[in-house]
Design a protein around this ligand. Sequence first.
Ligand code: URP
Ligand code: ZN
Ligand code: ZN
Length: 460
Amino acid sequence: MALLIKNGEIVTASERYFADIYCEGETITRIASGVSAPPETRVIDAAGKYVFPGFIDPHTHIYLPFMGTFSKDTYETASRAALIGGTTTIFDMCCPARDTEPAEGFRIWTEQSAGKSACDYSFHMAVTRFDAASAAQLREIVAAGVASFKIFLAYKGAFGIDDGELYQTLKLAHELGVIVAAHCENETLVAERQKELLAAGVRGPEGHYESRPPLVEAEGVHHLMTFAQLTGAPVYIVHLSCEEALAEALAAKLRGVNVRVETLIQYLVLDASDAERGNFEGAKYVMSPPLRDKRNQAVLWNGLRAGLIDTVATDHAPFDFEAQKTMGRDDFTKIPNGIPALEDRINLLFTHGVQTGRIDLHTFVSIASTNAAKTFGLFPCKGTIQPGADADLVVYDPHYRGTISAKTQAMNLDYSAFEGWPVQGRPSAVTVRGEVVVEDGQFVGTPGRGKFLARQPGYL
Ligand code: URP
Ligand code: ZN
Ligand code: ZN
């Protein structure tokens, strides 16, 4: 059935105007004023609302075996939550353990997602070991449509790779024309500081910050920048959290390194004091890099406004408080890392960014959709509103007022890091390739209809 979105104010990364959007099948076919459509057309009245391109979360962990447990969402639960929150495409990290072959990892993540997701999705392929056999498989995985790698400079003994592997991975990425997303923290410094803190009797969640202070992250960024400069590989720094790390990335940019930067909604609205909450509540706020001193928030907002930071993701890594975060009750190094936010990213960014005047509407669309589509090879199918693009649309009500709560969220999780927080705005309707998947804020989509988005290398 055709779809017509009438009377809305269309906002893209570069334009803002009133027009109707007509979609046939999965695609936007016409944008004009006063579009009339055949009688059987599904019509959504967007008067008083914005119409944004579907939002893209470039960094999630829907399925993740990690720190002795498994992330709590499934592709069914996470994609429903994503769509309610206005996110129509996710990039999940395909993260096989070091002793698992990349091909097997890709098979497992495909099995976890295929036929289950209601939103579209792609993967970043984690390189957790580099040798001749894995390199051959990585080439095949890129050919199968996974045109980006992920590496970890942290998590010694788990996902982390050594410098030789880092160099070889970046050389391969450069040769194949794929971008490398990187978690930048110096794993040796983290491991040494964790040992020191535990030996000194620091066992609670507050120890997490001290084990990974800003310099540990800045060193990781500097390290990656050196290797990227020497190999010429394009790189994408995931979850950048602080001024010191941003300074390293910008210095490298000035040297000509092809680097893009992601921050997370969590770093923009939460801070280190949240991880210091008593009664083990701080464990809900343990992620890596850690939440930072509040002074960093202005730096990150300014970086987004100035175009120095490209994207806002979630790094959605959902672990329950009661049964999972408590695995680290007597040892902060065993608290599963992650602060889930897939459902809340857009509403928090709109509330704390647009409604406060920190960023304008075009920056909002750029950092939450368009830049990710361009960085990872989906543009202009995704990330904008134009004839020929996928009909992924978010009809957004800026007048909605509501409250975040674990009791009402769709994420499969026993807590919310934003419990009781007000939001000023929400998606009232959402479409994915022409299908209405959210109506009046409720999920009405089809589990399993989400498509794996194969991407070709060489898009940068
Ligand atoms: O704390 C985090 N970020 N958890 C997920 C794993 C990762 O580092 O991306
Ligand atoms: Zn990470
Ligand atoms: Zn991550």
